[in-house]
Design a protein around this ligand. Structure first.
Ligand code: XMP
Length: 513
């Protein structure tokens, strides 16, 4: 049994996902769970331990969130972090007070008991704290384990009950030895074995898919991005050619993209891949359309229609495979109150048409993006797929401002190819979040040889970002900008000017439409 789970009760802290990451870095599987999940339900998941997260709320205000008090009777080890520690104190007979002396940022932690949670650690270390409430009285049976200059009780524990709390955040990288402190909880207190690795994930996932699908068939829309590619490979390993992948060419892809996808997935991985060229149909529908949202909607609707038509052609398909990731399914807590779904700005074209009545197979539902990339490496996917920059579902249509025509698509493809080539040549492709060109609906005057020209303007967009929600324009070296501009203007007939977009998001967005 490699899947010994640690459940993280989410009280809405901005760091809750980080706790899950750090636990997994210790090779123990972890999952976020709403803070108010009944203890019985938690017990039915057979967790090896519970972690109570931080929260923007306060137990002192009486508006705090509380977990089911029966969690303390489950006999499962518990670690409370920040607000989680204060919840333990309040619910088990200690006391929490609000003071004006907020502890925010780096602070010195002095360890007063170097067993269990703090074993094999130095006597003092730097930790990262973010709180204005302090535990001022230990719950009966608890021992003080550490202090900081401001917090006399910075960590506590009851060894017999296996319940511990830390006022600081071991999950943030600014805390020295944070991963090790969490590791002590996992291994010394919860008795986890630390055997959850990507190889074990792949093995378990293939077994689960086999059992779920049995003799039936699965259809999957392959986009060539890392998520749908890894999902496809895992399902393929489980059921072979009973997985039918459908790759829809909407005519809005980059240069040579369909050929590359066919090459990788048909020739190298031998997937049962249907290549469906519907570019004419998409372009016909896009004729005369200039409004960005109209373009998006039309392309999205058309995609679903084509996908449904293709799925209907396949006999005996009962499942739809998808590359959904963990951040998309996490139920998070909004500081104001009720649990709410995290809203994503990335609106994926090709989402599940609800009326298709197919059951879902989502092998990556429990994984973060970098874990998916690790699996991709294990499965020997090429780097061009693993580290492919995000590409929007509506493709080049939202990078051609104004009407999308075959001629303008071809022009943009040639420009875009040169941008990508030069960004790769400068070893910047994986350092930036996205780098691409936008074709503007204006013409500018130029001079080539002795001739006056009146041609298109291309904008270069290159941003750095962590998750696409915010972004900064990339400070590309002048020589790289110069090379890109020179190649485009000299090699692509029809463009005589290149400009560089220096707007950040917000207030601009990454794409121009
Ligand atoms: P914006 O332009 O909103 O983009 O800053 C944020 C990220 O989302 C991508 N994007 C899309 N992805 N369908 C998609 O699948 C879309 O309609 C869409 N619009 C933007 C964009 O490329 C960036 O990575």
């Amino acid at each position: 049994m490699t899947r010994q789970a640690i459940l993280i009760l989410d009280f809405g802290s901005q760091y809750t996902q980080l706790i899950a990451r750090r636990v997994r870095e210790n090779k123990v599987f972890s999952k976020l769970i709403p803070y108010n999940t009944p203890a019985k339900e938690l017990a039915s998941l057979s967790p090896r331990g519970l972690i109570l997260s931080g929260s923007p709320l306060s137990v002192v205000s009486k508006k705090g969130f509380y977990p089911d008090k029966a969690i303390f009777k489950l006999g499962v080890p518990i670690l409370g972090i920040c607000y989680g520690m204060q919840v333990i104190a309040e619910m088990l007979g200690g006391r929490v007070k609000h003071t004006k002396e907020r502890e925010y940022g780096k602070t010195e932690l002095f360890i007063d008991n170097n067993r269990d949670l703090f074993s094999n650690l130095p006597g003092n270390l730097t930790c990262w704290a973010s709180h204005g409430d302090y535990v001022t009285k230990l719950p009966p049976g608890f021992q003080n384990l550490a202090h900081t200059p401001n917090a006399p009780i910075a960590a506590f524990g009851n060894k017999k009950l296996k319940i511990f709390g830390v006022q600081f955040h071991p999950e943030v990288t600014h805390t020295d030895k944070g991963t090790q402190i969490l590791g002590n909880f996992l291994f010394k207190i919860c008795g986890c074995l630390g055997r959850w690795t990507m190889q074990s994930f792949i093995r378990e996932s293939i077994e689960t898919i086999k059992k779920t699908v049995e003799k039936d068939k699965v259809v999957l829309g392959l986009s060539g991005g890392v998520d749908s590619s890894v999902a496809a490979l895992l399902i393929h390993k489980a059921i072979g050619r009973r997985l039918r992948c459908v790759f829809i060419d909407n005519g809005l892809l980059r240069k040579d993209e369909p050929e590359q996808i066919k090459k990788v997935f048909r020739n190298t991985f031998h997937l049962n891949l249907g290549y469906v060229d519907r570019s004419k149909r998409f372009l016909k529908r896009l004729k005369g359309i200039t409004d960005p949202e109209e373009k998006r909607k039309l392309i999205g609707d058309e995609f679903v229609k084509v996908f449904e038509e293709e799925a209907a052609k396949l006999k005996g398909v009962k499942f739809l495979g998808q590359g959904t990731l963990y951040p998309d399914v996490i139920e998070s807590i909004s500081p104001g109150g009720a649990p709410s779904s995290r809203i994503k700005s990335h609106h994926n074209v090709g989402g599940l048409p609800a009326h298709m009545k197919l059951k879902l197979i989502e092998p990556l539902r429990d994984l973060f993006k970098d874990e998916v990339r690790q699996i991709a490496r294990e499965l020997a996917l090429p780097d061009t797929v693993i580290y492919r920059q995000p590409f929007p579902g509506p493709g080049l249509a939202i990078r051609i401002i104004g009407e999308v025509t075959p001629a303008r698509l071809n022009l943009l493809r040639e420009v875009d190819r040169r941008v990508i080539d030069e960004i790769r040549n400068a070893n910047l492709y994986e350092q930036v979040w996205q780098s691409f060109a936008v074709l503007l609906p204006i013409k500018s005057v130029g001079v080539m040889g002795d001739e006056r020209t009146y041609e298109n303007v291309a904008a270069l967009r290159c941003v750095t970002s962590f998750d696409g929600m915010t972004a900064d324009w990339a400070k590309l070296p002048y020589e790289v900008l110069e090379k890109i501009s020179h190649r485009i203007i000299n090699e692509v007939k029809g463009v005589n000017r290149v400009v560089y977009d220096i707007s950040s998001k917000p207030p601009a967005t990454i794409e121009w439409e």
